[in-house]
Each structure stands twice: as structure tokens, then as C-alpha cells.
Design a protein around this ligand. Structure first.
Ligand SMILES: CC(C)(COP(=O)(O)OP(=O)(O)OC[C@H]1O[C@@H](n2cnc3c(N)ncnc32)[C@H](O)[C@@H]1OP(=O)(O)O)[C@@H](O)C(=O)NCCC(=O)NCCS
Length: 227
């Protein structure tokens, strides 16, 4: 079991954080590696503006953090913190793939780029990308690649990327457990689109009449049957 406290510190060495990128940012924002306390600072909430995150406890967050830290020569997750509010304003990851081709070459894969809606248009997204490019180059990647939706192509072009080749995808049947507002509703879906929507009956006062854990148990049983 991973430590549940915050003693693990930075995910990786701050030497890999570009001073030039930090200096180029609007004042009041700090670029740095992910830290355990980013759980409380809204890291997952920020990621929620990219895609579904689910409900992750601090212990689950720390399990994943500890794994990434053990592999912090290939996983580099960075954040930008609003220093005044202590909230995460932007985040991103570069993952380093070890190849045989190109003389045991290294390729960086940029993933999970997001800036908080409150902080968009301040060049923080671009700062995240520039910082990840710097990390990739520093650890020896011969190229850095990413997938994106069509609407984000202009953003990545501004970050120095160009369109090349096509993305192919085949979804596995793995389960996604989603919670959507109002919180007494759960969605379970497999990646082919089949899903269960479980909504708790409400009491006459309008509150959920059952514990949310019952709803979770129903979802888990459905997943067991269908996935
Ligand atoms: C895409 C995203 C990260 C951009 O973040 P941001 O902090 O608002 O972007 P920046 O302020 O750093 O923009 C940098 C430049 O790109 C431009 N830009 C940003 N988003 C753009 C878009 N969708 N279309 C065209 N240009 C865009 C900005 O105008 C700016 O140009 P400038 O330097 O000429 O002023 C942000 O909109 C976001 O988090 N979206 C939701 C999650 C997402 O789609 N992530 C990407 C997954 S691949």
C-alpha cells in the first residue's frame, strides 16, 4: 500500500522544469512537477475539464502517484498552480516510450493537456506544452507526438506541432464508471457505448432515499454481468 501522507514530494526533479517557460508565464502562476497535495488543490477537478475522471479517493490518488514516482524516468506530469488561490490552473503529462528502432530511441507522448476554464487564454496551455517539450528534449526524446481533436489543431500548431498521419483506435471492453450531477446518479458504460444509468429513488423531501454505496454496488454487479 502506498503512503497516504504527502511525504513523497515532487513527482520528479525540478531540474527538468524549464526556467525559460516559467519566466515567460503571466505573474502569479507556478510551473512545477505534480505533488501529493495537488489532490487538495484541485488537480483532478482541473482534469475533469478534459474528460471524465471518476471519484478518486486520496488513497487511490496516492497509489497512482507512488507508481508514477517509481517510474519517474518515464512519467512526467506537470501542473501550473495559481499561487494566490493555491488551485491547479493547468496540467499535462509527457510519457517516454523506449523503442528498439532509431538506435534504441526514445519517443515522448504528450497526454492529458488541460487548462482550467477560469485560466484559459493566458497562454498557460502553451506553457504546459512548452515545458513538456523541454522535458522530452532533456531526457533524449528524438520526437514528441500527441493525439488531439480537430478543434484543438490550431492550438497545437501555435505550440509548434504539425499534422501528420492518422490516429487509429479500438476501444477495449473495459468499464468506465461515471458519476454525473446530480450526485445520486451513477452511469456505468463500456467503451462500446452500452451503459447502465442507476438513479437512486428519492425520499419525499427530495433527498436520495438510499445510500450512494447501494447505487455503486448495483453498478458493480451490472459491470460483473456485462463486461
Ligand atoms: C486546449 C487548451 C488546453 C488550450 O489552453 P489555453 O490555456 O486556453 O491556451 P493558451 O492560452 O495557452 O493558447 C495558446 C495559443 O493558442 C491559441 N488557442 C488556444 N486554444 C485554441 C483553439 N481551440 N483554437 C485556436 N487557437 C487556440 C490561443 O489563442 C493562443 O494563441 P496566441 O499565442 O496567438 O495568443 C484548453 O482550451 C483546454 O483545456 N481545453 C479542454 C481540454 C482539451 O481539449 N485539451 C486538449 C486535449 S488534446
Amino acid at each position: 500500500m502506498a503512503p497516504r501522507d504527502d511525504s513523497l514530494g515532487d513527482l520528479f526533479s525540478r531540474h527538468l522544469i524549464s526556467k525559460e517557460v516559467q519566466a515567460s508565464m503571466v505573474p502569479g502562476y507556478l510551473l512545477r512537477p505534480l505533488q501529493p497535495t495537488d489532490y487538495e488543490k484541485g488537480f483532478l477537478e482541473c482534469l475533469g475539464h478534459l474528460t471524465t475522471v471518476g471519484e478518486i479517493t486520496k488513497a487511490q490518488f496516492m497509489d497512482r502517484f507512488a507508481y508514477l514516482k517509481q517510474h519517474n524516468y518515464e512519467y512526467f506530469t506537470i501542473v501550473i498552480e495559481n499561487v494566490q488561490t493555491s488551485r491547479i490552473a493547468a496540467a499535462g503529462t509527457v510519457m517516454v516510450e523506449r523503442k528498439f528502432i532509431h538506435q534504441n530511441g526514445l519517443v515522448g507522448h504528450i497526454e492529458d493537456i488541460v487548462s482550467h476554464p477560469d485560466a484559459r487564454g493566458k497562454n498557460l496551455g502553451k506553457a504546459i506544452i512548452d515545458a513538456l517539450k523541454h522535458i522530452g528534449a532533456s531526457v533524449g526524446c528524438y520526437k514528441i507526438i500527441l493525439d488531439c481533436s480537430e478543434k484543438n489543431i490550431p492550438f497545437y500548431v501555435k505550440c509548434g506541432f504539425s499534422k501528420q498521419e492518422y490516429e487509429m483506435v479500438r476501444r477495449s471492453g473495459s468499464c468506465l464508471l461515471l458519476s454525473v450531477p446530480p450526485t445520486h446518479t451513477r452511469h456505468v458504460t463500456d467503451r462500446s457505448g452500452a451503459f447502465l444509468r442507476a438513479t437512486l429513488p428519492r425520499s419525499s423531501e427530495g433527498r436520495p432515499a438510499l445510500d450512494m454505496r447501494i447505487c455503486d454496488a448495483i453498478c458493480a454487479y451490472w459491470s460483473h454481468l456485462h463486461l
